[in-house]
Write a protein that binds this ligand. Structure first.
Ligand SMILES: O=C(O)CCC(=O)C(=O)O
Length: 390
């Protein structure tokens, strides 16, 4: 079991039953193939200060990259403490208004979506129409342990309003330089979330590609629908982590259901798992086919997700309906939502004064107006109603 300070429900660990031996070989094979790819290593910049072209090239070819050792021990501890607090303050059960201490629960009274629950080891989305039907095929659902709770927390949305540590990570100067290299100096936010895949309980996320707006655009390229950073608190592997089909972000919209029907299982043969240690940060194209299996391992996986877009992919687009209400993403909408980046940079600079501070071009010269503090915190309330989903 991962050494964790998180308040987690303890249950006996179950496996995939009759599919377990196939799952075990699939995991082993996928892990070997993942580790042979040339898409992992520390963040490197060239002499010109730009992200090293080998990283851009490997990310562009595979649709994901594992940036190793990005987050130091101190920052991991701060993130862990905040995630522990968020779990501790979660509603005592789905739909409850109070936490286990009888206090008003985290997220109660907010308008935006903030906590997502799942039945243990289930796949709530595969084969449904949810999110424009992007989760096309149902995943195999192992039988949960007899004493499992009815629902477990799986996802916190709009997480920057709950966690200063996540906000500070969002302002990480080297990660923001990576975002700039992929999406340009005027990159925009997408959304932020914290995934908690609980040991022996966490549900699956059916195979999908994230975007829905630009698949038929003549300008569609490797980076059109943006990417997510996926920072790992404890690391992840083939049992509890995300799987990705390398190169699948380059070939347009894929008929995942047809593949699953043809092979007769959810073990997509070309997919590989993200193999990460604590403090590694994967970046994954939203266009790549990705998904995760139910967590039948004894290790919790906590991923701090935060995504970014190229401005030209979102400016003037009318979209939403998955992460945010349908809206026109005009200059004002994007500026308002991008304030979170400006506050994150300032929060980080105050907390780590000796670190270089990232200069975010759309707010260059406005830094004095976006100072993080107790009074600005309230401005993040429900900020995710303005997520920029495409
Ligand atoms: O982390 C996971 O298991 C799922 C993440 C995912 O599907 C996403 O961020 O789009």
């Amino acid at each position: 079991m991962t050494d964790t300070k998180l308040p987690l429900v303890q249950v006996p660990i179950v496996d995939y039953g009759s599919a377990e031996s196939d799952m075990a070989s699939y995991r082993e094979d996928g892990t070997n193939r993942a580790l042979q790819l040339d898409n992992r290593g520390p963040i490197r910049f060239g002499d010109d200060g730009h992200l090293h072209p080998e990283i851009i090239d490997a990310y562009s070819r595979h649709g994901f990259y594992v940036l190793t050792d990005v987050i130091d021990q101190q920052e991991l501890k701060e993130i862990e403490a905040d995630v522990a607090m968020m779990l501790d303050r979660s509603p005592i059960t789905k739909d409850a208004e109070v936490d286990k201490h009888g206090n008003p629960a985290l997220g109660v009274g907010l308008e935006g979506r903030n906590i997502s629950w799942v039945r243990p080891l289930s796949d709530p989305l595969g084969g449904t129409d949810a999110s424009y039907g992007r989760h096309q095929a149902k995943m195999n659902e192992p039988t949960p342990p007899a004493d499992a709770p009815e629902y477990v927390v799986q996802l916190f949305l709009g997480s920057l309003q709950f966690s200063d540590a996540c906000l500070r990570l969002y302002g990480h100067p080297q990660l923001l330089r990576v975002a700039e290299a992929i999406n340009g100096q005027d990159f925009t936010p997408f959304n932020e979330a914290v995934w908690v895949k609980q040991p022996g309980l966490g549900g699956s996320v059916a195979w999908h590609q994230d975007g829905w707006t630009h698949w038929d655009s003549p300008e569609l390229d490797d980076h059109t629908h943006g990417f997510n950073f996926m920072a790992q608190l404890y690391g992840c592997d083939a049992t509890n982590g995300l799987w990705v089909i390398p190169g699948s972000h380059r070939v347009g919209k894929i008929d995942i259901k047809a593949i699953v029907d043809e092979i007769g299982s959810d073990r997509l043969p070309e997919a590989v798992p993200l193999i990460c240690g604590p403090g590694d940060v994967a970046m994954t194209s939203r266009q790549a086919v990705h998904g995760s299996f139910a967590n039948t391992s004894s290790n919790v996986r906590v991923t701090i997700n935060f995504g970014f877009h190229r401005r030209s992919s979102v400016l003037g687009i009318r979209s939403g309906g998955v992460h945010n209400p349908i809206s026109v993403y005009d200059e004002d909408y994007i500026f308002e939502r991008s304030k979170a980046i400006a506050w994150a940079i300032d929060a980080r600079a105050q907390h780590r004064p000796s670190e270089e501070r990232y200069v975010y071009k759309p707010f260059n010269g406005l830094e004095d107006q976006y100072v993080w503090g107790e009074d600005t915190k309230s401005q993040l309330r429900d900020y995710n109603l303005r997520d920029i989903g495409i």
